[in-house]
Design a protein around this ligand. Sequence first.
Ligand SMILES: [Mg+2]
Length: 162
Amino acid sequence: MKIGIDFDRVLFDTDRFNEYMKKETGLKHVEENVYDERGCYSPEKHAEASGIDVKEVYDAVKDLESFVYDDIDLLEDLESHTLVIVTRGEEKYQKAKIEASGIGDIFEEIYVVQEGSKDVDGLEFLVDDREEEIHRAGIPGLVLNREEHGMKHVVKFAGGKK
Ligand SMILES: [Mg+2]
């Protein structure tokens, strides 16, 4: 089975990372819209509204291993499946975060979706923190709320499937 796993707030503690970015860079809370026309967070827009160069943002996106949830090694139990990351967001920024997280190699492929659904190329199951993404993809899935469950829950749920 080809299983898609969301990155932000499923594999990666994005809320803690966003706080870190505000400390490490001149990014701040702004009133301006920091999303692009597709609804993806735009580091360029956020940097501009914060009065900093976007290079400062990208310079801080490195060595992010500590923001990866420490239970993702449990995914080894799903090794009979094809695991891919399916993340939504601005391609350059998502790829930079994933690369800096150091977990890209665990996955056979990384899909960055910017518009449309997460129903990418033969995907059969989707793990996401947003129910709406699973609904939109129209495939079976599991909503993972990190405040309630961890990867153990995913393994238990998806592991029994072929
Ligand atoms: Mg997410």
